[in-house]
Design a protein around this ligand. Structure first.
Ligand code: ZN
Length: 76
């Protein structure tokens, strides 16, 4: 897939206006932007989930102002 989010986007559900944002991870250490990780989650005794050797991409999420539909992108 080569389509990247750019400029004005229309909601695929209702054609409404999409607003750019991101999903928030509230952790004990603070607030983080959610990320996309390559492959299935691997449990780690220390951190909950091991990210060793995995690719982590920040997720940008667009939200439809009209119906609330969310669409996420994790570009490199
Ligand atoms: Zn919509």
């Amino acid at each position: 897939m080569s389509s990247m989010p750019q400029g004005e986007q229309a909601c695929v559900k209702c054609g409404g206006e999409m607003e750019e944002g991101f999903t928030l991870d509230n952790t004990y250490g603070g607030r983080l932007q959610s990320g996309w990780v390559d492959g299935p989650p691997e449990r780690s005794r220390w951190t909950g989930i091991s990210l060793k050797g995995k690719e982590l991409l920040p997720i940008t999420t667009f939200r439809c102002a009209q119906c609330g539909y969310l669409e996420s992108f994790a570009p490199k």
